[in-house]
Write a protein that binds this ligand. Structure first.
Ligand SMILES: Nc1nc2c(ncn2[C@@H]2O[C@H](COP(=O)(O)OP(=O)(O)OP(=O)(O)O)[C@@H](O)[C@H]2O)c(=O)[nH]1
Ligand SMILES: [Mg+2]
Length: 444
């Protein structure tokens, strides 16, 4: 190590001397201002800067100035682009060694770092958008939903004009349907069809009008009948759907239903929902009460092993984790299960309070799995079922079960067409039904 003392009038000059003599690798050991010379009483003394610098000759490697600047730039960029990089730090006093050099580089790079900062923010924003397409799609979706409502209103008012000339009862029925949330075009199509069949004179008969309308509505929705039945052979049923729609609760209800039908039936619960600790526990409680085995499958391999263990089971009910729209890996996992050698009947669970557009979107997303049947839950939380009717009539997917409460297993009923139409009429259904008897025995 070589140690040398430098004196100059200013710090800058002293540092230049250090650099010129010892090279860029020199380390500043100390710096102080001292009085130099001065004669009697120091009257002629002069204030100078004394800098002591050291250099380790052994480790001193010459580096081209361009390479040095490049290195500084790279380290600066690395610091700035590092994900955990803190928000710009307050300027620290430069360390003693090579501080002038660092200062020069930093000053020269200041506009560059500012620009880099902006670029970093932009890249971060783009990264976030890539990871979360909803941030871009969300406002677009809202805009589309707004447009859909406007278009619906315009069409609705046009439809209203078209039904203007129709007899009073027809108008009234049409309006009731629209108030319940049935799409104006669908409502118009329905009433026109009925008027065409009955003729202008026939629609005067209120009961005939409503009875025929009810029949047409029943024809436009599909049901699957009893999906859990002791008359079937072996069956594997899987419930899929968004988070919190009631999949686990419904699985427990279905297991309860199977037990009610035949207590010797071998039912097995399988959960693929290992994302939440509580999810397994929730099902374990039901399994214990119903005295049926519960299997937890963490991987697809686990699932296949579980199928192997329960080859003699009559009914295998598979619960799955709720999937967010962004969870592509989750959809792929479900796809792998349905593509296996065992035939799996997939029921998509939709909650009645979900907006019509969200229900349609969910059906579209799960269609690749694919979906065989629909289950509708939380019917107790809605008063108007028109939008649900729109979804069912539009997709034609058969509905297996309906759930209208949290009680296990009581609050589960097999879907019937009559019940779906009754739901479409919502609160109006009682009134309509009272005025229109008898109606296929759906009035309780
Ligand atoms: N009101 C009402 N609540 C219900 C119904 N079905 C389920 N729930 C409730 O909805 C909540 C969520 O039910 P879960 O069965 O845990 O829903 P999940 O789809 O399994 O939820 P994740 O596993 O988180 O995706 C619970 O509080 C249930 O009691 C229903 O028909 N009506
Ligand atoms: Mg669940």
């Amino acid at each position: 190590m070589k140690l040398k003392r430098f004196e100059a009038l200013s710090l800058q000059e002293a540092l230049q001397s250090v650099k010129a003599e010892l090279g860029p690798e020199a380390v500043i050991v100390s710096s102080r201002r001292i009085q130099k010379g001065g004669g009697l009483f120091g009257l002629l003394s002069q204030s100078v800067v004394e800098v002591t610098a050291a250099v380790d000759r052994a480790s001193q490697v010459e580096e081209a100035p361009v390479a040095r600047v490049e290195r500084s730039l790279q380290s600066l960029m690395a610091k700035r682009f590092a994900p955990e990089a803190p928000v710009r730090q307050p300027v620290q006093p430069a360390p003693d060694h090579k501080f002038s050099e660092a200062l020069q580089v930093a000053t020269a790079l200041d506009p560059v770092t500012q620009h880099l900062d902006e670029m970093r923010r932009e890249i971060q924003r783009l990264r976030e958008e890539q990871q979360d397409p909803e941030r871009v799609l969300g406002p677009l979706r809202q805009e589309l939903e707004g447009l859909r409502i406007v278009v619906g209103e315009v069409l609705g008012s046009q439809m209203d004009k078209r039904v203007e000339g129709l007899p009073g009862d027809v108008m009234e029925v049409y309006q009731s349907l629209v108030i319940q949330g049935v799409n104006p075009q669908t409502a118009h199509h329905l009433v026109r069809g009925v008027v065409e069949t009955l003729g202008t004179a026939g629609v005067g008969n209120r009961e005939a009008l409503k009875s025929l309308l009810w029949e047409r509505m029943e024809e436009s929705v599909a049901v699957s009948g009893q999906a859990v039945s002791k008359h079937y052979g072996q069956k594997v049923m899987m419930l899929v759907g968004p988070t919190g729609v009631g999949k686990t609760t419904t699985i427990a209800k279905l297991a309860g239903l199977a037990r009610q039908q035949d207590e010797h039936r071998r039912t097995v619960l399988v959960t693929l929902d290992t994302y939440r600790v509580a999810a397994v526990e929730q099902l374990r409680v039901f399994a214990k009460i119903l005295k049926i085995p519960l299997e937890v499958a963490v991987s697809h391999k686990d699932f296949l092993e579980c199928l192997g263990r329960h080859q003699n089971a009559d009914l295998l009910l598979i619960d799955t984790a709720g999937r967010s729209p962004k969870d592509q890996a989750g959809y792929d996992e479900l796809l792998a299960i349905t593509r296996g050698q065992v035939q799996v009947e997939t029921h998509l669970v939709l909650a009645a309070p979900m907006a019509e557009s969200v229900q349609m979107d969910t059906i579209r997303r799960y269609q690749s799995v694919p979906i065989h049947k629909l289950m509708i839950t939380k019917l107790d939380e809605v008063s108007m079922g028109g939008s649900l009717y729109n979804v069912l009539a539009q997709t034609g997917l058969p509905v297996s079960y309906l759930s209208a409460g949290q009680r296990v297993p009581e609050d589960l009923e097999m879907a019937t067409r009559a019940r779906l139409v009754e739901l479409a009429w919502g609160q109006a259904s009682r009134q309509v039904l009272q005025e229109c008897v008898p109606l296929n025995g759906v009035v309780h």
